[in-house]
Design a protein around this ligand. Structure first.
Ligand code: ACO
Length: 336
């Protein structure tokens, strides 16, 4: 980063979860599985799912309101809304446009969605950083929200046990004290592994042309393949992110990783040599909430006193694409 780039402040973080709880025991009513199988392989005990008319837009809006309240900004100050969603209620209007409307923002601001699966929050932060540090915008709202439960194949026990619904949001603004809260951020993708997790659209050709095979519109995942890919890449990647920032794991107070599988979290923890109390995990209660999992883990652990503000954390995630990313951040007092 050169000196004429503007420093950025993480001003507020919020989250929202649906109320309905599905336990592992509940899932035994759908297919042959057990709490023991799911918990020992994933660390998951239960997950939250949307119900009735509730969807990822509602969750995202609520998380955004909370992040805005914590940041102390007026929604009219927002210059850009980016929503990371890979399991949205509709492809368009973008969830970001719905959130613009629900926040009652009168200004015409750009609002768009990005698809980076579970890396979405880090991708969104990276976009916010580029706009703020270049001076194009002062205030960016990043929302990460997914209603995975509506797009899962509920007959597929190897995939549907893993996911839950939820939303997180972050307000990023130009820093007013010269301190840059993003010490380092990086995002990556390798499209060669796209086949490992996919969510095809059904769709059809015009009846005047040759019909094409309609694919089921459900999340499909090669769990073993994802696990192998991530276990190989992520621990080393996070270690490198630290080294590139000129830091060591002792400089980091908390590891706040994407909550996909407790064994993957432990692999990163082991590589960094971090003790349990520095590693944040809530996968037991919420499963994999995709892009929302990092901001939920961050804000909830502050609420519960597990993460003290005024600290430094490393955030890291991976997801369909395959995509991955990480950020080393300062967590100011009062952000959540
Ligand atoms: N209950 C009981 N048995 C099951 C279940 C279940 N819910 N699911 C699968 N099994 C069975 C399989 O049928 C298989 O039986 P078989 O040997 O008789 O054929 C056996 O268990 C082993 O199946 P695997 O899929 O090989 O199990 P594995 O040990 O790999 O664990 C898991 C599966 C938990 C999905 C693991 O691979 C994993 O966590 N992978 C990572 C997935 C992940 O992180 N995805 C999120 C990506 S982020 C994003 O962007 C969406």
């Amino acid at each position: 980063m050169t000196n004429n780039l503007k420093p950025l402040k993480i001003a507020g973080v919020g989250y929202s979860l649906p109320k309905a709880v599905l336990t592992n025991d509940d899932l035994t009513k759908l297919y042959e599985t057990s709490d023991e199988w799911i918990y020992t392989r994933t660390g998951i005990k239960e997950r939250r799912v949307v119900s009735g008319t509730e969807d990822a837009t509602d969750l995202g809006f609520e998380a955004a309101q909370r992040a805005i309240a914590k940041s102390g900004i007026d929604p009219e100050e927002i210059d850009l809304i980016v929503v990371a969603s890979s399991a949205p209620p509709d492809l368009y209007p973008a969830v970001a446009c719905h959130i613009h409307q629900r926040l009652g923002i009168k200004k015409f601001v750009p609002a768009f969605d990005i698809t980076a699966a579970c890396s979405g929050l880090i991708y969104g932060m990276s976009i916010a950083r580029a706009y703020i540090s270049s001076g194009i915008y002062k205030t960016v709202l990043v929302v990460a929200t997914d209603n995975n439960s509506r797009l899962l194949d509920w007959t597929d026990r190897s995939t549907s046990v893993l996911f839950g619904d939820g939303a997180g949001a972050m307000v990023l603004t130009e820093s007013d004290d010269g301190v840059d809260d993003i010490i380092s951020i990086d995002i990556k993708a390798d499209g060669n592994y796209g086949h490992l997790i996919s969510l095809p659209f059904g769709g059809q050709n015009c009846p005047l042309v040759e019909p094409h095979e309609v694919k089921p519109q459900k999340i499909q995942m090669n769990g073993r393949g994802v696990y192998t890919f991530v276990a190989k890449i992520l621990p080393h990647y996070v270690e490198e992110l630290l080294a590139n920032a000129g830091m060591v794991s002792d400089d980091i107070d908390y590891l706040i990783p994407h909550q996909a599988n407790i064994r993957i979290i432990q692999a990163v923890q082991e590589r960094l040599g971090m003790p349990d109390e520095k590693v944040i995990s809530n996968i037991e209660k919420y499963g994999n909430t995709s892009a929302a999992s990092i901001p939920i883990a961050l804000a909830e652990s502050v609420e519960h006193g597990k993460v003290k503000l005024g600290s430094t954390a490393i955030l890291c995630g991976f997801g369909a694409g395959m995509t991955w990313g990480g950020a080393i951040v300062k967590l100011r007092e009062g952000i959540c």
